[in-house]
Ligand binder design. Structure first.
Ligand SMILES: [Zn+2]
Length: 314
């Protein structure tokens, strides 16, 4: 029987083997090498190859904690196939607590990247060609940006039956239809035949215990379904499938206090929060324009007219 090769960052990983490799993209201006740790564990038994990825956006700490717990518990050691773990993809942003890499670019908007391009472009190229290309599936962990808390959800294209099946296996509270964005990892991985499931939970720079636990449990269910593990936490209620989402935006600038609970169903006309004038002149209720599920809340205390406050899914 021929053994399927697994080559990560140019290094061959044999069945039963493991490795901790470092993706070495660039030095800091101080000559300090920035090395991105990559953990690979391969079982003796053949099975699919899966990537667990977090921190593509440097400030999205919930994904980092999800992968940390998976590694700490030893769940990254499969009983068949192989698991590649990258807990912090954008190390630059993680250190500076920012979404972007130091050249100001969003790593998830520069794929497929280029080995001679910008810093972001080089990181994207290496991730896509030296890692993603060599696995079958990837779970990519994100959180809401800029004080916006995402209720745990998996995003996928509903026309892609395999993604929808994996999303249902993951069993988050919500599965949200989300088109492929140009230059995103998900779209570029799809063009080379890889399924990437995108998990969103909590907000940037704040650890959210519920979102972390949902992420760990979902990852274990997918590992079990794909044959990489022998067991998984039981599935809970089936996820609510949301085909459409729309933002409720601020009609006025002011101080903002959400009153509705994230993840709940609201009827049309339900008061979701209040925008106030800091000098006491007005208090404006924010009402839901239609019935649906709240899947994201902006917790920033100051808002400008037009700013996204609540994402409602239908
Ligand atoms: Zn993100």
């Amino acid at each position: 029987m021929t053994i399927r090769p697994l080559t990560i960052l140019g290094q061959e990983i044999e069945p039963g083997g493991s490795a901790q490799l470092y993706m070495d993209i660039a030095k800091l201006p101080t000559r300090t090498h920035v090395e991105i740790p990559v953990f690979i564990n391969r079982a003796k038994k053949e099975g699919p190859f899966l990537l667990l990825l977090a921190g593509l956006h440097g400030d999205e700490v919930n994904g980092v904690e999800i992968l940390r717990r998976i590694i700490r518990a030893g769940y990254h050691k499969p009983t068949a196939g192989a698991i590649v773990c990258i807990p912090i993809m954008n190390i630059f942003g993680f250190i500076s607590q920012s979404r972007e890499v130091p050249d100001g670019r969003d790593l998830n908007r520069v794929f497929p990247g280029s080995p001679q391009g910008s810093l972001a472009s080089r990181i994207a190229w290496t991730l896509l060609h030296q890692i993603v290309q060599h696995v079958d599936y990837a779970l990519d962990f994100h959180t809401g940006g800029a004080s916006r808390a995402n209720f745990p959800q998996v995003r996928c294209v509903f026309e892609d039956a395999e993604s929808v099946e994996l999303a249902e296996i993951f069993n988050p509270p919500f599965v949200v239809a989300s088109k492929y964005l140009d230059k995103s990892l998900r779209k570029n991985a799809k063009t080379i035949g890889k399924s990437v499931l995108l998990y969103e939970g909590g907000e940037s720079l704040r650890l959210d215990e519920f979102a972390i636990q949902e992420g760990v449990k979902g990852a274990l269910r997918v590992l079990h379904h794909l044959g990489l593990r022998n067991d998984s936490p039981p599935a809970e209620n089936p996820p609510v499938m949301l085909r459409k989402t729309s933002w409720v935006r601020a009609t006025l600038s002011g101080m903002f206090r959400p009153t509705a609970q994230n993840g709940t169903y609201v009827e049309k006309g339900t008061v979701l929060g209040i925008i106030t004038d800091p000098y006491g002149e007005f208090e404006k209720k924010v009402k839901s324009p239609s019935s649906g599920y709240i899947i994201c809340i902006n917790y920033h205390p100051l808002v400008n007219q037009g700013e996204a406050l609540f994402n409602i899914g239908y």
